[in-house]
Design a protein around this ligand. Structure first.
Ligand SMILES: Cc1ncc(C[n+]2csc(CCOP(=O)(O)OP(=O)(O)O)c2C)c(N)n1
Length: 271
């Protein structure tokens, strides 16, 4: 047994799924159902779902979590998370989350929204929920396009990037510039935590999970609004292989949307 294998084995919790004489070293988080994802192969949504479910398990809050499914490719994720879920009108997840959190203040309440849902049709809801300092956690998937409806331009589409409604590429004189919602919200006093991660490689997946953990902790500790924007691929609508789409995030998307923490209620606190 190598050191690394021994390390994994040492951390392994005996699980009923493992056969006799076998050690289960990788499994589905308890907070995910066994319903298959509806996403295209290679899409980042499934990775983001897994990270969120792992954290719900790690915090031990599955029985008091309420999630808001929004409209977009993740519209059916109320079937994937094994927690209480609401299906929200397009862009209105922060309003529904506000209601849930105020009625059940001890619940952990999250929204899961795409960039079309959050930064376009739902821009008013997200801004005012953040400004009110609602104690909710927002997982914001930025794939720079409307995925579900076939690749139309989103407010986050990069300048020059092609979309079905911008066949020559985004032109700022016609449709403005990519919107940086996460930096904007960081300016509001009601916001406790705001960060942007990415899923384009393993190191960034781990870093993103760290941001999500802090955002969730901010809510559980009773602080204000928390948001993690996650850069994620849409290889189908970008018309790339999954691998190329992840490389494109690293080469192009990160230049427009820098990664890091914009506001942290725990900044300066001892770990
Ligand atoms: C009121 C309303 N307007 C428009 C639509 C069409 N629509 C469905 S999903 C979507 C965009 C979703 O894009 P995004 O939020 O970026 O999520 P993705 O599918 O890329 O994950 C739009 C415009 C709708 N369903 N309802």
């Amino acid at each position: 047994m190598t050191d690394a294998t021994a390390d994994v084995a040492a951390k392994t919790i005996p699980t009923p799924g493992a056969g006799e004489g076998q050690t289960l070293i990788f499994d589905r988080p308890r907070s995910l159902t066994d319903k298959a994802f509806t996403y295209c192969p290679g899409c980042g949504h499934g990775v983001a779902h897994r990270l969120l479910a792992e954290l719900i398990d790690e915090f031990g809050i599955q029985d008091r979590t309420i999630g808001m499914a929004s409209v977009g490719c993740s519209v059916f994720n109320y079937e994937n998370f094994d927690v209480d879920m609401l299906s929200c009108a397009h862009g209105r997840a922060p309003a529904s989350a506000t209601g849930a959190k105020r009625v059940y203040p001890d619940a952990f309440v999250f929204t899961y929204q795409g960039d079309g849902d959050l930064a376009s049709i739902g821009s008013a809801e997200i801004l005012h929920a953040a400004n009110r300092g609602e104690r909710i956690t927002v997982i914001f998937i930025n794939n720079a396009i409307y995925g579900m409806t076939g690749g139309q331009l989103a407010p986050t589409t990069l300048v020059g990037m092609k979309a079905t409604t911008a066949p020559k590429g985004r032109q700022p004189e016609l449709t403005g510039y990519p919107i940086h919602i996460t930096e904007l919200l960081a300016q509001l006093p009601g916001v406790a935590f705001s960060a942007r991660g990415s899923l384009h490689d393993l190191a960034n997946v781990h870093k993103t999970k760290g941001y999500m953990k802090k955002a969730m902790k901010a809510q559980l500790d009773g602080h204000g609004f928390s948001i993690v924007e996650i850069l994620s691929n849409c290889n189908s609508n970008w018309k790339m292989t999954p691998q190329d789409s992840n490389q494109w995030i690293a080469a192009e998307m990160v230049k427009e949307f820098p990664l890091g923490v914009f506001k942290d209620v725990y900044a300066g606190a001892k770990a």
